[in-house]
Design a protein around this ligand. Sequence first.
Ligand SMILES: [Mg+2]
Length: 387
Amino acid sequence: MRITVSVIKADIGSIGGHTLPSPEVLAIARERVERAKGSLLIDAFVCHTGDDICLSMTHTHGVDDSRVHELAWQAFREGTEKAKAQGLYGAGQDLLKDAFSGNVRGLGPASAEMEFEERPNEALIIFAADKTEPGAYNLPLYLAFADPMYSPGLLLSESLHDGFTFHIMDVNHTEGDRVIVLPAPERLYDIAALLRDTHQYVIESIWSRRHPSEQAVAVATSRLRNIAGRYVGKDDPVAIARVQKIFPATEEFGPPFALGAFVAGDTRGSHNLPLMPVPINTSASTFFCVPMVSALGFSMHNGILSTPADLFADPFWHHVRDRVAAKAIEMRKQGFFEPATLPYSELEYGGIVVRLQRLDREFTIRDGKAEGAPVGTPAGVEGDNPA
Ligand SMILES: [Mg+2]
């Protein structure tokens, strides 16, 4: 049976800043999606990570189905009305356009989707991240699918031994999807050369080489600033990974995420802090909005989802979080100095961009003449503290 898994998320408002959605807003989104079970949808699960509501849906209509996307859009619109009525901060923040136009991509919400022939014991992980960008998945997915130091299945399992094909997108290219397809392990160094730049090159999907029609991973790759033309909040990407048998095992994703790699995001979307694995339905941290990621493990049969396993909730992750918190505290001690703050090219917050343009005009060369032309700057306007 061919099943499509559609994971669509948005930040439509949260309590007391960029923390978590209200129970009432979450209930509206959940009810709207649950109502479609048995008709448009086979099954669904709704949760939040930080301030982002994540709709995980199964159906048989393929990726980019306009009815499924419109269902998610309407759930977020109705939730936004409640968020506005409650005075929640950033109500409707990720809904960048007024009208639905066939697909949520380009409208603000992030989506990761995958259609596949369901295995008899289909196992998959749904990742949801907050306060960060799509490139936050680059390192953990590279390690899980291409590095035998982290993913012993590449050595131990005949099914994985042929490696995987990486589809990598240039997310700063605004005219169409610019993608390169590279096989691992043959092109490992080329894959690494791209993925190290997490602001520009992002894993869009990963495919089995032993079974070329089998997709392993789908990542939401949209960058909100490319849609809005200015900073309106971090992208907070979702991702889907099929696991076990011809794919890495669930537990082979653990050590890559336990690294707590430094990623862009955090307060005002302008800093680097380690990515902290958290249980689902965790509020964003008041420690500088440290980037966070949750992972839901599902079994699925005929599109029906099991109760999820909350994969970063078992006791081991308390220790990981302590270590990640220590990394975050150390990094924050150096305040606004790079790399604690993002490089100029990635600063998305309007105020400092305008300030640096003004300062640039005050520079003079040593003979006393004004130097003149301002440096190139990213588009930006004064924001109202989206995160
Ligand atoms: Mg968010």
